[in-house]
Design a protein around this ligand. Sequence first.
Ligand code: HEM
Length: 399
Amino acid sequence: MSTTAFVFDPWSPAVQVDPYPFYSELRAHTPVCRIAAEDAWVVTRYDDVKAVTTDHTRFSVKQGLGVRRDLPAGNILVQVDPPVHTRSRRALQPLFSPKVLGHWRTRAQAIADDLVDDLLAAGGHTEFKGSIALPLVLTMTTEMMGLPDTPAMRPRYALWSRRVMEDLDRREGDSDLVDLKATLVEAMDWFGELLEERRRTGPNDPPDLIDGFIATSAYGHTEYQITELATAILAAGLANTADMMCHGALALAENPDQFELLKADPDRLATETVDEAVRFGSPAHCVYRLVLDDVEMSGTVLPKDSRVMTLWGSANHDECVFPDPGRFDILRDNKSKHLGWGAGVHRCIGEHIGRLEGAAIFRALATKASRLELDGPVVRYSTSAVRGFDRLPLFATAR
Ligand code: HEM
């Protein structure tokens, strides 16, 4: 058994520009390696990443999901292990069930159709992230949660979401950590006031997600915990979903054969495109767990009390599971094995929402556009924990 250190720096610019060659090297030669500067370990092979993600008895979320060992902030879902997690999840799961979401599927399609109609009517040039992906997820999220949808609030929601994702990557001493934490406090305060107001006015008709969260007070959830939950849902719902849409749209523009396949059978393949976009782009790229006991993996011991970076991005490109992993292939037969929604008890609770939103946009593009092309330089936004976009210029030709 070896505990040899291997120099892999997830924060180095080269890794952040294109991590996949590094992951491939690690999977082949050092599948479990140490990030010395952080006293953390990295697992890269599909089987190991899946084992860490699904074994909550040995890998805990109680010190948070990011690289820093923050004290638990009190989130009743993402920062608790079973059995507490099981109770919270059971209380919340009905709010996210496919049955409840039927209405939202129709709504997402209407929003996506309007956005793509407007784009084509205006000549077909778009900055896809800011003009299609974010507007779609912002409209859906504000409606589902019952949040005020105003021009002043939209950028704030998007910023809060980004900051929550940035927080996973930031280390003690990082220059923007103080500002980042201040923005998260601002988001929490804002949600705290919203919840107070909602308790005064009573539930909306029909009840929205915020009303559903408030109803979980019956399970003993405190006001602070519900505020945390609302902030987390906003954050998780916006950033990852918009970036998944960008990964998919860019890949369709770069692989016209895949866009042709999608156009030929959009009703069946729009959802498949979402899952391949989640696998291929892995927008939620990793989280950390706390090792509760010495665990051996691929010949290396992960010591008790260390942090372990579970690299979904690497698992989703493991050639032993996904042949030719760098190829975007919406017909890939085992793509649903990917770990881009997580796995085990913490598997994404908003998966059905993300899937229906993504399917709506891919279906709208496939039914209304004949071609999709890149239309200028892409500006990616990547940290060690997130792979996304700042600008994605695309050109769509009307059918
Ligand atoms: C493409 C879009 C999305 C991706 C790639 C994604 C990815 C993930 C991943 C990988 C996890 C597992 C975290 C862990 O194991 O610690 C997760 C959990 C979670 N996601 Fe998502 N997510 C997406 C969309 C959404 C949406 C739309 C929502 C809410 C409306 C959401 C809410 C959550 C929540 C609350 C959790 C924590 C679940 C728990 O701890 O039990 N996500 N997501």
